[in-house]
Design a binder for this molecule. Sequence first.
Ligand code: FEO
Ligand code: CA
Ligand code: CA
Ligand code: CA
Length: 663
Amino acid sequence: MNHDASPLPYGDEDFDVEDSNRSRNMHFADVLAANRSRRAVLKGGLAAAVSGLLVSPLAAARTERFFADAGKNIPLPLPRRPGFQAVAVNRLDAVTVPPGYTARTAFAWGEGIFPDSPAYLPDGSNTGADQEKLIGQNHDGMHYFPLGISVAERNRRAILAMNHEYIEQTELHPNGQQLVDGKRLPDDVRKEIAAHGVSVFEITRQPNGRWEIVRNSKYNRRVTANTTCEVSGPVRGSAHLITKFSPDGTRTRGTINNCAHGYTPWGTYLTCEENWAGYFVNRGQRPREQTRYGVPTANSRYRWDTVEERFDATAKADSAAGDFRNEPNGQGWILEVDPYNPGVMPVKRTAMGRFAHEGCVFAPVQVGRPMVFYSGDDAQNEYIYKFVTKAVFLPAPLRNDRNALDHGTLYVARFDADGSGEWLPLDFNDAGFRAKAAAAGVSFADQADVLVNTRLAADVAGATRMDRPEWGAVDPRDGQVYFTLTNNSRRSSETADAANPRGPNPFGHIVRWREAKGDHASTRFDWDLFLLSGTEQDSANPAAGPNAKLGPDGIHASPDGLWFDDAGLLWIQTDMSGSQLSSGPFGNNQMLAVNTETGDIRRFLVGPPGCEVTGVVATPDLRTLFVNIQHPADGSHWPDGNGARPRSATVIVTKDDGGIIGS
Ligand code: FEO
Ligand code: CA
Ligand code: CA
Ligand code: CA
């Protein structure tokens, strides 16, 4: 098997800018110039950063990608905030922001991103072919990849990459889901597949302050549940991936249920495949890699299998190359998409494990040290993982492993009651791991088998079952890692533990940890509970005091999205549902900002009914904030109003005085 083959998707294009310079012969002097410029930006403070050219033109011509991570490693010299007046709990069919702020809507489902994109039809009658040229539905995680040379330009011009987690059939089609003789309509399925995935498009801020899509940009691209993807890492070429479509097990089609996201120190987008299992069906004997993840046995989630045979994982042929029994093994990965090189095929990075990936966040990088990526498995009683690369971080031109995400060690977390914790390797070549597997009566054939069965491997390793790990975020100032645990109805008083102390846990909480010796590659850490979400009576805010609870400005439940801005303010987004959303004390889903040192927490934004608030990123100067509103419902007509179908969309928030968001 071809396990070590590297597709080299980024081999020649690391410094490719939006023009056509594909040279990889960047001179070291240019790198140093770029580095010096970067430090000048950071040390010079925001005032300096906002105006003028701070990158030498020679280096700048190749630094588009290099600066994609601007600010991640060195926090902006700003005080931690918040300073705004909190928004009250509400159930308005609107997006509410504090006084002195303005929220505008953009980039809604159905908006065109290509010169020949058709118009959005408000009755749901766009075809499948139309949808392939329109922004997808159910916006989720997103990232802003700056474009241009000057700092000023990078704050008003970018590639925006955003996930589309799933679909709302009642809004997507004129009359919802149609079944004729038990089968879906082929064009409806085509449209649903196209409404999934990732939208990538260039945006610019106009002189009037509005942001618009640059339809003729060469960066614009849709990745859907039908896009052919390369598979790399240990699972590439393994028997687990052999299908009728890919008899050598090196490719798969599509990315499904892309929830939160990540990005890399080298300026690529990571889209995370979360609840993919339900899109398949297996009416025969399910192997362990399908049972542990919950591939259905009766019907697939949207019944795509009725017209697309690849969603039927039932073994039918004499061998795997004759059917799609292994098709689900092509999902559950982190998919790397290169926004700066739209011609490059997306790559599934299998070394990072297979589960219901919520998102992926990397720790601040250090030259000469491994790179570390954290990812949660969002299901009840699942785990938190980290991936430590074998390659060490080197400044862009010196980078010598173009496929760094293919080589490294995957770990899973155990949280001990004394406040310490350990990262447990899921490594076929680790004697301790193999001994645990043997003791549990579980056998793995090789690392590919371990990775396809990541959850089983983590069971064997003895990881701590968590209350649905969602997003992670790393404090740019002190390197502490924060993770939301959104809720868990299956936690009981018997199974509650120190890190998941409520049984059941309807409100969720936020855990954080500090890696031993400040080294993100450490196998030991110390953790504590940062916040217990909930009501004024049932919550805890330890940063504000030993007995502090949340007040009216801070109550919320089901924390999901989590993001540190570069000034060190922590943003929390909620995904309440059911009665908690419709009749709880928390109003609609929302976004709050919290000062992690003082526990000062304030509600910054409230979304329309039925929606979840998810996906957040800012321009490098922190003066424009992008937030996604997913699946407004329950009578909402947001954002179009006037009885229109509700649409997922992005909200762009600015401060009326042009100031830093959150100040
Ligand atoms: Fe897609 Fe875990 O939220
Ligand atoms: Ca969601
Ligand atoms: Ca989420
Ligand atoms: Ca969620």
